[in-house]
Ligand binder design. Structure first.
Ligand code: IPM
Ligand code: MN
Length: 367
């Protein structure tokens, strides 16, 4: 019997529905070719629904999503809604309540994609950021003291439990080990390969200033590292890593970091890989329901014009199939994306030389 997967689809706001439409087109082509079925249920959670009904996302809504094999999301945000409401009320609520504790963000520069970094190509930009996704500054722990007065103090705490840090770090080591099981990371020296190394994991922190939170991260990282003697470990402060990512991105294989730093460095990484138009991501709960959403937002200024780049959403769908265990179908999507990229003039919105739906058509056909 062929496998059937139940997918909750949240197209969201702005250009979300347009990129999701192309993603579903490609998923359908992949499922036909590789003999599995996808059953979609659409949900209208997002800014528009909030404006019309005042509702963000309730506990019952979240419960309802738990019966799915995965969630596929376009983007949530609305220019008429005050920042914070939809982010906290929908996106972060989903990540937190479904305990999607990993935000996986592969950073690959594909052939034919322009990067603002000089003298680098696909060989030099190929790493993965493993961002902790349910803790740190995002926990929302904090307070105002004497709000609105001259003596006002605002506190926002970076909260991490050992358990949270450990499951993230362990996931990162496992991920890098699996990634290179068949073929060691290309950045290794001959000597390192002879010594049995297959990959590298860099902890990104700020141990010189955040002497509680990142002290915990560093200790846990070093403890877990002992179980993975085939992975080279490295450490970089978050400010310094921003320099290295631009100056010499080929030194990175895996980067594991906390929620806030992960948010910031993956925007930088997205630019290095050719922009928001090509950056996919997955919010993973390896033991539960994962949610796949491109790194980009809703780009409302470009909505309904057919000019937005759907490649990020399509690569996000590819990550979803990987997670569901449809490895062959996922790699077929990636190959088809690669050949379609050659037909696109640019990754930038409005400059692709093709309409949003034409990009989706080409990728679907290539499968
Ligand atoms: C991201 C986004 C979100 C985040 C926002 C929209 C809450 O920037 O997915 O990177 O900060 O995680
Ligand atoms: Mn972000």
């Amino acid at each position: 019997m062929s496998k059937n997967y139940k997918i909750a689809v949240i197209p969201g706001d702005g250009t979300g529905p347009e990129v999701i439409r192309e993603g579903l087109k490609v998923l359908d082509a992949a499922s036909r070719k590789y003999g599995f079925t996808l059953e979609y249920n659409k949900y209208n959670y997002g800014g528009q629904r909030y404006i019309e009904t005042g509702k963000v996302l309730g506990d019952r809504d979240v419960e309802g999503l738990k019966k799915y094999d995965a969630i596929y999301l376009g983007g949530i945000g609305h220019p008429d809604v005050k920042p914070g409401i939809l982010e906290k009320g929908i996106l972060l609520k989903l990540r937190f309540d479904l305990d999607q504790y990993i935000n996986l963000r592969p950073v690959k520069l594909y052939d034919n994609v322009k990067t603002p970094i000089k003298n680098v190509g696909p060989e030099e930009v190929d790493f993965t950021v493993i961002r902790e996704n349910t803790g740190g500054l995002y926990t929302g722990v904090g307070e105002f003291k004497d709000k609105g007065t001259e003596n006002e103090v605002a506190v926002q705490s970076m909260v991490y439990s050992r358990r949270q840090v450990e499951r993230c770090v362990r996931f990162a080591f496992e991920y890098i080990e699996n990634l290179h099981k068949e073929k060691p990371w290309k950045g290794l020296t001959e000597k390192e390969k002879e010594d049995g190394y297959i990959g590298k994991l860099t902890l990104c922190g700020k141990t010189n200033v955040l002497t509680y939170a990142y002290d915990l991260w560093e200790r846990v990282f070093n403890e877990v590292a002992r179980e993975y003697d085939n992975i080279i470990t490295d450490y970089s402060h978050v400010d310094a890593i921003s320099i290295y990512m631009v100056e010499n991105p080929k030194i990175f294989d895996g980067i594991v970091t906390g929620n806030m730093f992960g948010d910031i460095i993956t925007d930088l990484a997205a630019v290095i890989q050719g922009g928001m138009g090509v950056a996919p991501s997955g919010n993973l709960n390896p033991e539960g329901v994962s949610m796949f959403e491109p790194v980009h937002g809703t780009a409302p200024a470009f909505a309904r014009k057919g000019v937005i780049n759907p490649v990020a959403a399509i690569l996000t769908a590819q990550m979803m199939l990987n997670q569901l265990g449809q490895i062959e179908a996922a790699s077929a999507i990636e190959s088809s994306v690669k050949s379609t990229l050659k037909k696109m003039k640019s990754m930038e919105v409005g400059k692709m030389g093709l309409a949003t739906s034409e990009v989706g058509d080409l990728i679907a056909k290539g499968i």
